[in-house]
Design a protein around this ligand. Sequence first.
Ligand code: SAJ
Length: 443
Amino acid sequence: MSKICVLGLGYIGLPTASMLASAGHEVVGCDINAAIVASINSGKSHFDEPDLEMLLAAAIKTERLRAQSTPSEADYFIIAVPTPFMDGKRPDMQFVEASARSIAPLLRPGDTIILESTSPVGTTERIAAMLAGARPDLHFPRHTDETSPPGHVRLAHCPERILPGNMVRELVTNDRVIGGMTEACAEAAAKLYATFVRGDVFLTDCRTAEFVKLVENSYRDVNIAFANELSLIADRLDIDIWHAIELANKHPRVSILSPGPGVGGHCIAVDPWFVVDSAPDESRLIRTAREINDGKARYVFERIAKSMHRLRNPVVACYGLTYKPDVDDTRESPALEIVQHLAEKTDARLLVCEPNLEALPPGLAATGRVELCDIDAARIAADIVVFLVAHRQFRKINPNQFLSKIVIDTVGLMHSPQRFAAGMTPSRPARMADEAILKGTQT
Ligand code: SAJ
């Protein structure tokens, strides 16, 4: 069992620190936010995530995890701080750099530093060079090194891959990619992950691991952009996009994702820009996908604004504010952006139904224009109903209750396949005959 210092107790650092503590390690978690440190030391998470509260409470109770505002000496340092982008969509590495600076005085020969934060290609090497400058008394790996002799500090990138809403399970079950500055660096990091990961662990170099993480999120962004572009085309051609995608996905090699009001969250809406920034001329598809997904919220806003023209004193009910279903996170949320625009640019009375939030996000509350209400109150008062997030509470809604409303459904909640497919499904005997042909059993 090792002594571990986790820097950053946010969406990735906190589940990781709690999981490491539950695997028996002695873990110190650091965060610059004093309120977060206090909340964690009392066993309470500062965000909602299934099973995290239980894992954290156990880690605090057994005293295997404690939070503090500065780092301490450890065998392993895990950097899990945010990497947002600045104006001009350039990566903002200030938190990663500050974390590296904060651990420099604490490093001892043979320690291992693991960068989990999603980072542009070359970041792990830059941290190694920075630390080598700060601690000339220690040996750090260089990208030309074949190996790291015992006593050298080890550096690796092990990008996080967990899905908000399913983080605790995915921490254990997901495969991991570990990129070392040298093979010995990757192996040192892998030894730690082997204590709680049940998926496979693949070793590579740090540049490849950095790239792989960015590729994963860009892949998803490009595929969502395809679905969003289809939704715009279908609107123009007056076709039900949900029905069209459902039918296209019956092809054995087609699997189109779902359109929505845009792409939110702190990962997929951000990380592809790191690729564009490092290879602008070559990243044409990735850039276009980002632009399509970013443009979708504006398109939805304009559709709502247009539908108001016919009404006097319209009442608009918006269902959902978070960046995706069944989470309480509103970062980069397209739903929030749309409602914020409605509050700032229209005179409509605005009602918002968001079962995952107890209060409006501060920026929206500051407009003084939005009332938080429950599902039925919003429906009864509304002329225009806008579905922005497919929360589980909304998935139970009966579409017939909205027949007298103008409905703008960005997430397919009102789509009912039976209505469209009635009479189209092959009868049971016909299906059985098809299956028999496939199996070669028909005479
Ligand atoms: N979305 C759609 N249509 C879809 C799927 C998603 O519009 O068919 C939207 C969601 O509503 C949301 C956004 O995309 O606004 C992103 O949601 P998500 O569930 O696809 O992903 P995140 O951002 O919650 O988490 C992603 C994951 N990455 C991949 O699936 C490749 C997760 O595994 C990463 O760990 C995480 O980013 C991260 O931290 O990088």
